[in-house]
Design a protein around this ligand. Structure first.
Ligand code: 8YV
Length: 313
């Protein structure tokens, strides 16, 4: 008896070799280019495997009549056409929880680096300037009022990690979660009340440019912005102007518009800490994300059940 041919998956985006080997060991991956060459392949594709920084165009999904599941290697799904998926009863899965700690660590790390000006201090020592002068005083995290925009799983992990630093926490989101931390229904009011505003809400149309010129002005010249969510949540032109004109004190940014080809205006700013979308970029976390993505695919094709569905299909 011949073994059933492996399930065909459309792969969008590249995976590290060790993850690719795991996928290829169980599934037959085809690319968009393969579909262009052999349109008949489209009828055989039962799943899409992708990454959260990859666009999954609705037009592509519409060309796949047998599509059952879209599995993304990431917690974000703002580039996946959820409405169309729901209409077509296509399951969409992501990789929640396994990356909370890594993103929270990066958030706390870049915030401390921003407030204590660690990249500048490192350069100061390397350039031999310590012999001539002391590095200028910076500012403490202790005692700061910190506002979290989007108190979901990652937001809560960030809050719990910041508490031991002696900060005063408050948050903004769709609803009051009746927690120990103060809920502020008005975002500009929160920005006015805090020294640090941390953006950790999901991307997508609903949250686009949530952080605009008005919110940045409310945050003020002593205020700091941290974004570990998506570039789309911040009006980047307003942010660049605010950084250049001192409307806010500084920002730590891990996400941007048009990654990785970000606006070069950021490069010359001394009050901004830039990282290349490193939130989940640890070996341990990426391995756990890949495992969960694969487990979703395995479970779906074996039992018709997804482990972490965003859209249940
Ligand atoms: C990306 C992320 O998945 O999980 C997310 O939503 O943004 C990241 O973990 C990763 O950077 C690209 O795959």
């Amino acid at each position: 008896m011949t073994a059933p041919s492996p399930v065909k998956l459309l792969q969008i985006g590249a995976f590290p070799p060790e993850v690719q080997a795991q996928i290829d060991a169980e599934f037959r991956c085809v690319s968009v280019a393969d579909l262009e060459q052999d349109p008949a392949l489209a009828r055989e594709v039962r799943g899409i495997v992708t990454r959260s920084n990859q666009d999954v165009p609705a037009a592509l999904v519409e060309r796949l009549p047998g599509l059952e599941i879209i599995a993304t290697n990431g917690v974000g799904y703002d580039l996946i056409p959820l409405g169309l998926a729901a209409q077509r009863n296509i399951v969409v899965t992501n990789t929640p929880d396994v990356l909370n700690a890594a993103v929270a660590e990066l958030c706390v790390g870049t915030l401390l680096a921003l407030l204590r000006r660690l990249p500048q201090a490192d350069r100061f020592v390397r350039e031999g300037r310590w012999a001539d002068a002391a590095f200028p005083l910076s500012t403490s995290l202790a005692g700061k009022h910190v506002g979290i925009v989007g108190l979901g799983r990652i937001g809560k992990d960030i809050a719990r990690r910041l508490e031991p630093f002696g900060v005063v926490l408050a948050y903004h989101g769709r609803s009051d979660q009746h927690l120990a931390w103060r809920y502020e229904p008005d975002l500009a009011t929160l920005a006015r009340d805090v020294d640090v505003l941390i953006v950790v809400a999901p991307g997508g149309a609903e949250t686009a440019h949530l952080i605009d010129a008005r919110v940045l002005a409310a945050l003020g010249p002593e205020g700091y912005l941290v974004n570990v969510a998506r570039g789309s949540l911040v009006d980047q032109a307003a942010l660049l102007a605010a950084l250049e004109q001192g409307t806010i004190a500084g920002a730590a940014l891990d996400v941007f518009d048009r990654e990785p080809d970000i606006d070069p205006r950021f490069f010359t700013l001394d009050n901004v800490m830039l990282t290349p979308h490193l939130g989940s970029a640890t070996r341990e976390t990426r391995a756990a994300m890949a495992q969960l993505m694969l487990d979703n695919l395995r479970s779906w094709f074996r039992s018709g059940r997804a482990l972490t569905p965003v859209v249940a299909g």
